[in-house]
Design a protein around this ligand. Structure first.
Ligand SMILES: Cc1cc2nc3c(=O)[nH]c(=O)nc-3n(C[C@H](O)[C@H](O)[C@H](O)COP(=O)(O)OP(=O)(O)OC[C@H]3O[C@@H](n4cnc5c(N)ncnc54)[C@H](O)[C@@H]3O)c2cc1C
Length: 542
């Protein structure tokens, strides 16, 4: 049953936008109610589709008058963190996917101003069709994700500038009172953005991982296409040897500077999960794969052990000089590869008998890494969320992660220094806790900057199975607590864990909640998103 205020808000929205851009029918709301986090449905009141910032401001004014919370999403494919489902009940979802203009591009400086609905594919195609000498900011999440939404949720890219929040140069946002915020040097017509700090207090940062406003426009910086992109791979069979390499990775970042643009580290099971599929029948009694079988399978493809992948980018002589530095640093065998070399090896492999050819499967790993490192979209949509759905991947009929009744996924995402003790601790905690909850520890690390690694552990489960779902969430919460005890922190959380992130004993969160209260006293902006603030009227609204 809708309360009078909710009905009134929806009627006013329909007048402002037209009924075709305000969804209220249950079947149309369905896809905004479930995510990969669980099969439980979130209650929402409606969905509104604005076309521009003026309409967003009009919607906010209606919501503020009726005190109805809004939950803005850009595309809403925030898989593993809550997708398009609000972090609290009884919201109107503001779907910004129709605001998809590329507003302006300054080709000389590589600054581009876009609206929230611009997808990775749209920007990729735009840059290529305009022969812009900049790398499209792609990620492993694939083509249909939002550049703005990903940056606001502190996403990590696969090409050039890994830390997507750091590419934000200017922001335009609508605040809870319907007013518009713009960065210090931005006005309605110019985009600017060459100096992100402006003058006076720096405010843009407030809009990441918060419910402080609805971002309607963003200027981001793009990385120029380098003369040469190469990838390298180091394979380390023994775990102890792998641990010794971590400090060398930090040294490599210091020695090579901006030439070393990315590093990815993956555990044997993670490599296996990217190459193979399995059914429930293949796991041990404790619910996880047998490590010995994983090693045996990977050996066939010359991919056993821990794998370190890296990208070198820059002028050709600089990239080639980096080979010498890396060879000097790492005593292990390093394989360097560029596009032509991989193509040549692939050509050579095609002539080999199948049995021998399978030893060269590592070429697929190099090829995929080179592809995304160069700003090309991944070959296909990742199938990871389906990996543990109880049947073989080849039997997946539909590939909508959120609506698939089995595909459960929660990302456990933490940041840590590029330090051996932290990496070992994160692996030790993850393996131990995952084992107690019968969850496969699919561990991988990649660099966020030249001093920071992020570890991402996708907790995969069958969300059609209540017991597996309970175990998956219990696993997440235990990982969170145990890592925090060791000074290893979650930096991006699923909506199901906001209560754990916000720690009101910490001065940081006390300040964040004061800002929330000042900007949004009625708590109508993304309630519960990185916040525990409750508006005084909250009870009336439920
Ligand atoms: C297999 C797989 C691989 C993945 N790989 C990656 C990866 O490499 N890197 C990565 O970062 N993620 C990855 N993800 C996670 C996720 O799917 C992506 O981060 C995706 O880009 C987020 O969805 P979106 O871009 O549609 O953003 P949205 O879902 O639109 O936005 C994310 C959140 O930001 C807030 N928000 C969005 N827009 C606005 C706005 N305009 N104003 C205010 N608040 C807003 C909302 O709270 C929203 O829930 C992966 C997921 C899967 C399943």
């Amino acid at each position: 049953m809708l309360t009078d205020r909710r009905r009134q808000a929806l009627e006013e929205l329909a007048i402002a936008l037209g009924t075709e851009r305000v969804f209220t029918a249950q079947e149309k709301l369905e896809k905004y109610t479930t995510s990969t986090l669980s099969s439980k449905k979130r209650k929402i009141i409606g969905v509104a589709f604005p076309l521009n910032a003026y309409e967003v401001a009009a919607i906010v004014k209606i919501a503020a008058k009726q005190r109805i919370p809004l939950y803005p999403i850009s595309i809403g494919n925030n898989w593993g963190y809550g997708s398009r489902v609000p972090s609290d009940d009884s919201c109107i979802v503001l779907d910004l996917s129709k605001m998809n203009k590329i507003v302006h591009m300054d080709v000389d400086s590589g600054l581009i101003t876009i609206e929230p609905g611009v997808t990775a594919k749209q920007l990729h195609d735009y840059l290529i069709s305009n022969s812009a000498p900049y790398m499209p900011p792609v990620s492993i999440a694939g083509p249909n994700v939002s550049i703005v939404g990903n940056a606001l949720d502190r996403g990590n890219g696969a090409s050039a500038i890994i830390d997507r929040f750091s590419t934000i140069m200017h922001i335009e946002a609508v605040l809870a009172d319907g007013s518009v915020y713009r960065s210090a040097f931005a006005d309605e017509s110019t985009t600017g953005g060459f100096f992100r700090w402006g003058v006076g207090p720096y405010i843009d940062g407030l809009f990441g991982e918060s419910g402080f406003g609805i971002v309607t426009r963003m200027t981001i910086s793009l990385a120029p296409i380098p003369e040469r992109t190469e990838v390298f791979m180091i394979r380390i069979k023994r775990y102890e040897e792998f641990c010794k390499i971590i400090p060398l990775i930090q040294k490599a970042f210091f020695a090579l500077g901006s030439t070393l643009t990315s590093i990815r580290i993956q555990s044997p099971t993670t490599t296996f999960s990217r190459l193979k599929e399995y059914s429930k029948a293949d796991v041990l009694d404790n619910g996880v794969l047998d490590p010995a079988s994983v090693t045996k399978a990977l050996k066939l493809h010359s991919l056993d052990g821990w794998i370190i992948l890296g990208t070198l980018q820059g002028e050709r002589p600089v990239v080639e000089a980096a080979h010498t530095s890396l060879r000097r640093l790492f005593s292990q065998k390093i394989m360097f590869a560029h596009d032509k070399k991989i193509r040549w090896m692939e050509f050579f492999c095609r002539k080999l008998p199948a049995k021998i050819r399978q030893r060269f499967l590592f070429l697929i790993v190099l090829r995929s890494y080179l592809r995304v490192s160069s700003g090309m979209l991944p070959f296909k949509k990742p199938r990871l969320p389906f990996w543990k759905r109880g049947r073989l991947l080849s039997n997946v009929e539909n590939n909508d992660y959120d609506r698939d009744i089995h595909a459960g996924l929660i990302f456990f995402s933490i940041v840590l220094p590029i330090s051996r003790s932290y990496v070992e601790e994160a692996i030790r905690i993850s393996e131990k806790i995952c084992a107690t909850h019968a969850i496969e520890p699919l561990i991988s690390f990649n660099n966020f900057s030249d001093r920071c690694l992020r570890m991402s552990l996708p907790i995969l489960f069958d969300k059609n199975d209540p017991e597996e779902t309970r175990r998956a969430h219990a696993c997440y919460r235990e990982l969170f607590v145990k890592c925090k005890e060791k000074g290893i922190y979650v930096y991006r959380a699923p909506t199901s864990a906001m209560d754990m992130v916000v720690d009101m004993d910490h001065p940081f969160w006390q300040t964040a909640e004061k800002i929330k209260k000042a900007l949004d006293p009625d708590n109508i902006m993304s309630p519960g998103r990185y916040s525990k603030y409750k508006a005084p009227h909250k009870e009336e609204n439920v």
